[in-house]
Write a protein that binds this ligand. Structure first.
Ligand code: SAM
Ligand code: DTB
Ligand code: SF4
Length: 347
């Protein structure tokens, strides 16, 4: 099967086609992904986003990977929703450090209607600073999605996490259908979708195929696709399982393969090398960038887990000759829906 690097995005990928990509010799797969990347994006630019937890812990869902679930014994302290001013201060700092996108996360199954006015103020305030805004608050109704769209929210993050078959092994308090319903509400309100998942939860290759297949066959590809490597947290179901069976840890080559297949199947999306970079070598991250990852989270902390930090990322960019990408909003040639530059503009 040949890869048509400049073809329009396809939404009719079959699982067999995706499985065949995973099975390519590693350098062949990475080479093809790099070709697709260069045809659709600037090759040596990586977008910087900063994450902030605006409401931590005590979550009613039981996601087996998550330190913030009330059913985990991770030691994470539950907090209330932050004040708007606190959030705006952190956004200003993120901007000073070169971030162009500020992503606010809440440990909720879903926001309550009484939370929405404060959330809306946060979106407006961060946007007024010239940053792109992203929120991840759990399930949303159509009405809540519309409120966020009216406030000017650029992206909504809502991960499908894994394959449809594996979903119930990871979370029992909601279904993949619930996730897809929220993605439809967000898309329907005109907000860019950010959706991806986690690799290294003890899933099979076939689950990784099903995970990418679900994303690549959505009615529109997500504008951003975060690929997280599981951060094993003590006291969570999956963190404890991996502590007992370290062989289930994801092989880094398989992680890079997953990034490459995401790049080939969703050519215009931003592919974000998300959680797990702290324990990844610069060489593995460089392979991910070669294979088409073009976005990272910066700063010392993700939501609750440590992250690589601004200084080590600046040093890595220097070593690799990578430049921070300008805010997409500033670029007239970036489409809001696709979140990436056109082929002509990238050359
Ligand atoms: N509660 C909201 C939700 O679940 O959509 C938003 C926050 S949730 C923490 C956002 C995403 O972070 C999850 O969907 C998952 O993909 C990722 N994540 C959470 N804990 C993680 C971990 N320990 N390792 C890797 N990724 C993780
Ligand atoms: C995503 O896919 N990864 C980010 C973001 N979306 C919200 C979250 C990673 C969380 C890592 C574990 C933690 O910090 O608790
Ligand atoms: Fe709650 Fe989100 Fe963590 Fe699941 S991933 S337990 S929904 S905060």
């Amino acid at each position: 099967m040949e890869t048509d690097k400049s073809a329009s995005p396809r939404n009719d990928w079959t699982r067999n086609e995706i499985a065949a990509l995973f099975e390519l010799p590693f350098t062949e797969l990475v080479f093809r992904a790099a070709e697709v990347h260069r045809a659709n994006h600037p090759a040596n630019e990586v977008q910087l986003s900063t994450l902030m937890s605006i409401k931590t812990g005590g979550c009613a869902e039981d996601c087996g990977y998550c330190s913030q679930s009330a059913s985990a014994d991770s030691g994470v302290k539950a907090t209330r929703l932050m004040d708007v001013q606190q959030v705006l201060q952190a956004a200003a700092q993120a901007k000073d450090h070169g971030s162009t996108r500020f992503c606010m996360g809440a440990a909720w199954r879903n926001p309550k209607d009484r939370d929405m006015p404060r959330i809306v103020e946060m979106v407006k305030g961060v946007r007024d600073m010239g940053l792109e805004t992203c929120m991840t608050l759990g399930m949303l109704t159509e009405g809540q999605s519309q409120m966020l769209a009216d406030a000017g929210l650029d992206y909504y993050n809502h991960n499908i996490d894994t394959s449809p078959e594996n979903y119930a092994n990871i979370t029992s308090t909601r279904t993949m259908e619930d996730r897809l319903d929220t993605l439809a509400n967000v898309r329907g309100a005109g907000i860019n979708v950010c959706s991806g998942g986690i690799v290294g939860m003890g899933e099979t290759r076939d689950d990784r195929v099903g995970f990418i297949h679900t994303l690549a066959t959505l009615p529109e590809h997500p504008g951003s696709v975060p690929v997280n490597a599981l951060v094993p947290v003590k006291g969570t179901v999956l963190g404890d399982m991996l502590a007992d069976t370290p062989l289930a840890m994801i092989d880094e080559i398989e992680f890079v393969r997953t990034v490459a297949v995401a790049r080939i199947t969703m050519p215009r999306s931003m592919v974000r090398l998300s959680a797990g970079r702290e324990s990844m070598s610069v060489s593995t991250q460089a392979l991910c960038f070669l294979a088409g990852a073009n976005s990272i989270f910066t700063g010392d902390k993700l939501l609750t887990a440590p992250n690589a930090g601004n200084d080590s990322d600046a040093a890595m960019f220097e070593r690799l000759g990578i430049a921070a990408m300008a805010a997409q909003n500033d670029r007239p040639d970036m489409s809001r829906a696709g979140g990436c530059r056109t082929l002509a503009a990238a050359q």
